[in-house]
Design a protein around this ligand. Sequence first.
Ligand code: ATP
Ligand code: MG
Length: 649
Amino acid sequence: MTESHAIESHQHETRRFPPPSDFASRANVTPELAAQLYAEAEADVEAFWAKQAATLDWMTPWTQVLDWNPPHAKWFVGGKLNIAANCLDRHLTTWRRTKAAIIWEGEPGDTRTLTYWELHREVCRFANVLKKFGIRAGDRVAIYMPMTPEIAIALLACARIGATHSVVFGGFSAEALRDRINDAGCKLVVTADGAWRRGTEVRLKPAVDAALEQAPTVQTCIVLRRTGAKVDMQPGRDHWWHEMLETVSDDCPPEALDAEHPLFILYTSGTTGKPKGILHTTGGYLTQVAATAKWVLDLKDDDVYWCTADVGWVTGHSYVVYGPLANGATVMMYEGAPNHPEPDRFWRIVDRHGVTMLYTAPTAIRAFIRWGEQWVLKHRLDSLRLLGTVGEPINPEAWMWYRQVVGKGRCPIVDTWWQTETGGMMIAPLPGATTTMPGTATRPLPGIGVEIRTKDGQPVGANEGGYLVLTRPWPAMLRTIWGDDDRYRRQYWSEIEGVYFAGDGARRDEQGNYWIMGRVDDVINVSGHRLGTAEIESALVSHEAVAEAAVVGRPDELKGSAIVAFVTLESGRSGDDALRAALREHVAREIGALAKPDDIRFTDALPKTRSGKIMRRLLREIAASGNVVGDVTTLEDFSVLEKLRADEA
Ligand code: ATP
Ligand code: MG
């Protein structure tokens, strides 16, 4: 491969964890079934996906599995179905009608359980409320809500009548909400008075009021009462959720919707730039999220499954709501912060509700490590049987900690690589069949085509880093960027001829495992060597004093780029020159002298998106000029930036 495009790898991970035999023999995907799924997908990928789609309820069968007109795909052409009916109605004819669909815990400690029967009824009623306000198939509805059962009800009610939802995370500002409402042209907004977060009320309705001053397409706003705070209700426009429900029937037949009907628009996290409105449709999306939830999350009828993501992110759409409910699972939902009232809240929830699977993000795991394992060890956690992660590369030492301290060495870990754009999981272990290693999402799922290429599209050899691309359409793929099909073509299908460009650097090892090396935008060029960020960061995190690290390049006349590392320390540790020297030596030992940071800056916190991902582009600007001009609308905490700027000065 052309040297200038390679991303070098210096990592040597040897720890391997085959699936425990008792897990493997009972898994939804046993080793035998895994082999069969891969073989079927290889033999005829369209027939393979059609077989998965056939496990859903269709109102009209499709006539063509895939219509691929690059870069536009239509899956299950001519087929009609309803996602809410697949997530709810079809369970009502079985014993699952009385099974818990959602077990919810609010931050103050209040709980609610909704059976499939009850959830179905609430969804029908809310769908009738939407209809009453003139919402029809194809209209866009913005959802700006706390993590309460009603956010799931709102999504499913939209899906039932064919309204396209656009969920905006409840932590976003009025401006971010306004821009997303206007981009999608929403007619109605569903919100709440507020939400509980770290013991205080996050007020939502005032942000909606501010947003709606400049959102002319919105005619109606429906407000859930959650905290009881006083809110301004604009007559004619604003209505209380509970009052509206009293005026409607609980009978709402599901619409027969085209397989390509737009289900939702969701904006990406904004880790690398301005968020993009990703459009997902109906039949292919549900096929892939339902299948992957079954394979990778191993959902069974006696599980209590907890994905800690907010429904405001794609993980919440696909693996809190649609995938698990399509499988008839019991879903745990929690409203608040992981460290309220104390840093063991998650572990209390696990024991209190008998949670069997925990699916969370590396940023959360690093926070738990920083808070100290004593908070975890206070709890039994013996109901857990499977752990998962998504959102960022997980540092191998964090993976090991998750495995030992949370999983007691007993629970397989599924590290799942996917994106808002992919809609569902793409690279992930099958926990009953795949041997895992810390730091790799392992192999592409059956039916998914992944390769590593150079910038000019050439395949690369084992362990050579390059660009992660997807070589064939997949059912849950994004269909376009809302309102900007040109950008869809440019961003994903033009960087490398003929394939989908994911924007991540990766390498594949001899066993076929994929190791994500960081975003290609973040690659650091040191004296002609191109280094991904993940390996250097993982080397830093493997030092006992380090909690979290982000590395970026700073322009350097001699080397092209100097490596600057921003490091947060474990609680109780303080940074000085001796530690700086020790960390540089540590990195040299772990991965080589080339990767030694030129500059190490200790900081209390790193700038992150509201979904918890490190925003290296802001650190790059700070390292280069001390200032930030890039898009910061998705930044979680502006004071972090202020502080980093001040440190710089
Ligand atoms: P934007 O595209 O706006 O910059 P984003 O890429 O953070 O934001 P998401 O769709 O939420 O938006 O995140 C997808 C990205 O998250 C992937 O491209 C990858 O960089 C990272 N990611 C997700 N899961 C994993 C994983 N298991 N291992 C490594 N990286 C992951
Ligand atoms: Mg992205």
